[in-house]
Design a protein around this ligand. Structure first.
Ligand code: KG4
Ligand code: ZN
Length: 334
């Protein structure tokens, strides 16, 4: 049997644990989602999230070990998300990981959540290797990264305000869609006209992103139409919003790839589950001769298998943390 790594994830509203063998083979992948708990508030409430993590973390770890048929003593390392994320939430997973590392004497590996999202692709695609360009798009992040080799990252662009997922979620909330609205907008859009509502494409220059102007314009367009008593098709509105977001993501990712001279493009994070983004970027990448990869939908959103995988490769490169490791809510990838 290859090396076994337990991954633990609690940076936002999913409490998750997973055992991964050799960095690539998932033996168990348990995700306890808190989404229904936060839904009535229209977003994640940090205090509620950390309290729920405390309740769930030990049962989730137990289940992950049991499903994998692995005893704690058989683990080779314990990987945990140490940032970025909600500090109260991060501390729950980190404390559990440290306690387990202490009692078992196994090495502790702190993992950056964004790096973990990237590794969801390495779990899904054994023939994937850097150099590559990665677009990481989630509820909290929109980062365009150059990865020349494992463990090395250069940030080429990032959002200056809202994340792409936030734009989906906040506009969706005004449309009366349940949190998180991204998957619902994806679904509605398949029956809508992406050219029905004229919406702006924010910050077309450079490789940074800006979605707050689009978010405000979309919310205003929705309210104005309602005030005029116009009937707006939710499908058309969803498709137009999605197209405005996807247009910018595809354009900048392709430009980043052209500038860096790589031959591989990957996407990761919750918004990488979006079907239109996969389709549009897949078409552009194929036309320009790039290899294009994305993780299966359940590995796009927050999970601990990606943490175990990223942790495994960090550990293989000799990165082990002490038990004094702290969480860092605004941890950067470098
Ligand atoms: O990676 P993730 O689970 O959590 C963060 O690290 O933020 O991403 C959650 C985000 C939410 O904003 C959600 O609306 C979005 O990913 N999302 C989607 C889709 N599935 C999830 N956005 C667009 N289309 C989807 N199919
Ligand atoms: Zn995430």
């Amino acid at each position: 049997m290859k090396e076994l790594v337990l991954g633990i994830e609690s940076s936002c509203d999913e409490t998750a644990a997973s055992v991964v063998e050799g960095g690539r083979r998932i033996l168990s992948n348990i995700v306890a989602s808190q989404v229904p708990l936060h839904r009535r508030y229209g977003g994640v409430v940090p205090e509620i999230a950390s309290r729920r993590h405390v309740e769930l973390i030990l049962p989730v770890i137990d289940t992950a070990l049991q499903e994998a048929g692995v005893q704690p003593e058989q683990l080779d390392a314990i990987a945990v998300t140490r940032g970025p994320g909600l500090i109260g939430s991060l501390l729950v997973g980190l404390s559990a990981a440290k306690a387990l590392a202490f009692v078992t004497g196994k090495p502790l590996v702190g993992v950056n959540h964004i790096e973990a999202h990237i590794y969801a692709n390495f779990l899904a695609h054994p023939d994937l290797h850097p150099p590559l360009i990665c677009l990481t798009v989630s509820g909290g992040h929109t980062d365009l990264l150059y990865m020349p080799e494992p463990g090395t990252y250069t940030i080429l662009g990032r959002t200056r305000d809202d994340a792409a997922g936030e734009a989906f979620d906040k506009v969706g909330r005004v449309m009366g869609l349940p949190y998180p609205a991204g998957p619902e907008i994806d679904r509605l859009s398949t029956h809508g006209d992406p050219a029905a509502v004229a919406l702006p494409r924010g910050l077309t220059e450079g490789l940074d992103f800006s979605f707050s102007g689009l978010k405000t314009a979309a919310i205003n367009a929705w309210h104005n139409a309602k005030q005029r008593g116009e009937e707006i098709s939710r499908e058309d509105f969803a498709a137009s919003l999605q197209e405005a977001i996807v247009d910018v993501l595809v354009d900048k990712t392709m430009r980043a790839a052209d500038q860096s001279g790589v031959s591989t493009i990957i996407i990761s994070g919750g918004v990488a589950a979006n079907r239109r983004l996969r389709q549009r970027l897949g078409e552009s990448a194929a036309k320009a001769g790039y290899r294009f990869f994305y993780p299966p939908a359940d590995l796009c959103t927050d999970n601990a298998a990606m943490v175990a995988s990223a942790g495994y490769f960090r550990w293989q490169r000799g990165a082990v943390d002490s038990l004094s490791l702290n969480a860092d809510a605004s941890l950067r990838l470098s």
